[in-house]
Design a protein around this ligand. Sequence first.
Ligand code: ADP
Ligand code: MG
Length: 347
Amino acid sequence: MSLNILGIIGGGQLGSMIASAARKLNIKTIVFCDDPDAPAQKFCDEFLFGEYNNINLINEFTSKVDLVTFEFENIPFETLNEINKLKPVLPKPSVNRLIQHRLAEKDFINKLNIRTTQYVSIKKISEMYAVQDLLPGILKTTTLGYDGKGQYKINDINDLENLDIDFSKEYILEKLIKLKNEISIVITRFDHQKYEIYEPIENIHEDQILKFSKIPANINKKILNQSKIWATQISEELNYIGTLCVEFFIDRNENLYVNEIAPRVHNSGHLTLNAFNVSQFENHVRAICKLKQIKINKISNAEMINIIGDQINLYRNKKYNSNEFFYDYLKSDIKDKRKMGHLTKLI
Ligand code: ADP
Ligand code: MG
C-alpha cells in the first residue's frame, strides 16, 4: 500500500507517540480529538478538533487520510464504522466494539478456554444479593472505564449502602483476586501467524492506575510461556492487525488469568521505546501500514515509572543520566491522577 497520511483518533500521549513513530517512518499524521488541548497536536502534521460524532468533521478527517487508527478503545463504534466504509480502520471497528464492553470481552476470552476471574453481569442492585459468593469483588461499569474509573471494591454486601453507585448503568461484578503480581504482554500482529511479541512486562498499580513497569518480569517459565500463548491466541482469534496488549493477573497460587485486552498500544509498553530496537508504536505503524516486519531485539532490561499529577514539576527540573529517558507529555493542565509523563531507566 502506498500510504502517505495516517489518521489517528485520540490525541493523548499514546496518539503523540504513534504520530512520532509515523514521522520516523516518513508517514504524515492527522490527529482527530475532542480535546482542544490534546498534546498530540504538538507531534502530528495536522490537528482536527471536535466531537467524535460530528459527521462533518468525520467526513473531513476521512477525506484527508489514507488509513485510520486510534489510541484508545472508547471511541463510538458508529464513528469507526462510518470511517471504515471509505478508508480502512485498523484495528477493525468490530474488535473495538467487542472490547469496549467488559462482559462481551470476558465472554470472548472464556470461549477460547482462557481463564479470567469469575464474573457476572449486574443490571440492577437486587441482583447483587444473589451473587454474594463473588465477594469480595470489584464492581465495574461494563463500558467507558479506564484507570480504575467506574470501579467499586465491594467487600461485603453492606458496602452497597455506603457507596453511591449509579445503577442506571450496567456493571460486571468480578471476584477479587489475591494478586501475587500483574503482567502484560504487548504483541504486534502483522498477518496470519506473523507476530512480534515482547516479553512479559511486570506492572505495579497504585489506586488502579499503572505506576511502575519493568522487564524482566519476576515470573516462572510456565507463566511466561502461557501468557505468550494466550496473547497470541487472542490476537489470532481477533484477526488483529497492529499492536495489542493483554493484561494478566497472577494469584498467590501461581494461577494465570487474563484481566483485560487493550486493542491498542499500551502504557506498560512505553519501555519498548528505549529497551528494544523497535518500539510498540513503530511496530503498530509498521503493521497497519503494511511496512516491513523487523525482528525485535532487546537492547536492555528496563524500568518505567509513570509520572502522575504535580510530580511532573519535580521531573521537569531534574538532570538525567545517559541510561534515563524522560518523556514529558506536554499536557497544558496538571491534574490530580492525570498521567503527565514517564521516565524509563535502562538497567
Ligand atoms: P482499567 O480498565 O481501569 O484498567 P482494570 O480492570 O484493568 O481496569 O483494573 C485496574 C486494576 O485494578 C488492575 O490492574 C488491578 O490492579 C486491579 N483489579 C481490577 N480487577 C481486579 C480483580 N478482579 N482482582 C484483583 N485486582 C483487580
Ligand atoms: Mg487495566
